[in-house]
Design a binder for this molecule. Structure first.
Ligand SMILES: [Zn+2]
Length: 191
């Protein structure tokens, strides 16, 4: 297929602890993302910003999934299955865990994503990771054990195998919505 190979765009993007947001998100925040890598403690302002971040991602990612599911080859999907994050393995270095999760999502969107799509998504993912990671680090928790359970990355991949854009769109929204809700509950509880 005339699609960018999976590995081409991999590594371009960083950031997602997972992405499912849900429902009517949080209020829009006036976001000035902290520098990548920053681990300052998340604040209520971060919570508001995350609302805006998930809202933005919800506008972009489901449509890219709807397109990408028709473009991946079967071999691509098998490769993606092999790199789906393992949310039971706490032996993985946390840095590597975040990197691998981002890699999975970059590859998932890659056939449909333009360079600009990725430029927009990258800081959104980075900021999501920063906030979640700051809390998990503070609590001494491994990212594979995010409270509320693992994001449904596998289910999202399964939706791609149907080659049905609507199923992929719905699965992407679910992935984002669920993740947003868990992050919000987690951050609120830890405040
Ligand atoms: Zn994920």
């Amino acid at each position: 297929m005339s699609i960018p190979r999976l590995g081409v765009i991999s590594g371009v993007i960083s950031g997602v602890i997972s992405n499912e947001s849900g429902g009517p998100p949080w209020g829009p925040g006036d976001a000035t993302p902290a520098p990548p890598g920053s681990t300052k403690r998340p604040s209520r302002r971060d919570l508001a910003e995350l609302g805006g971040i998930f809202r933005m991602r919800r506008l972009i990612e489901p449509e890219l999934c709807a397109q990408a599911c028709t473009l991946h080859t079967d071999a691509d999907l098998d490769e993606l299955a092999a790199i789906t994050p393992d949310y039971h393995d706490t032996s993985v270095d946390p840095d590597e865990f975040y990197r691998a999760h981002r890699e999975f999502h970059v590859r998932l969107l890659a056939p449909a994503a333009t360079a600009w799509d990725l430029r927009v998504l990258r800081p959104l993912w980075q900021e999501t990771d920063r906030c979640v990671r700051a809390l998990l680090d503070q609590l001494g928790m491994h990212p594979a054990l995010i409270p509320g359970g693992a994001p449904p990355c596998s289910e999202l991949l399964d939706s791609f195998r149907t080659r049905d854009p609507e199923q992929a769109r719905v699965a992407s929204r679910r992935h984002l919505d669920l993740n947003a809700r868990r992050v919000r509950e987690f951050m609120t509880r830890s405040d």
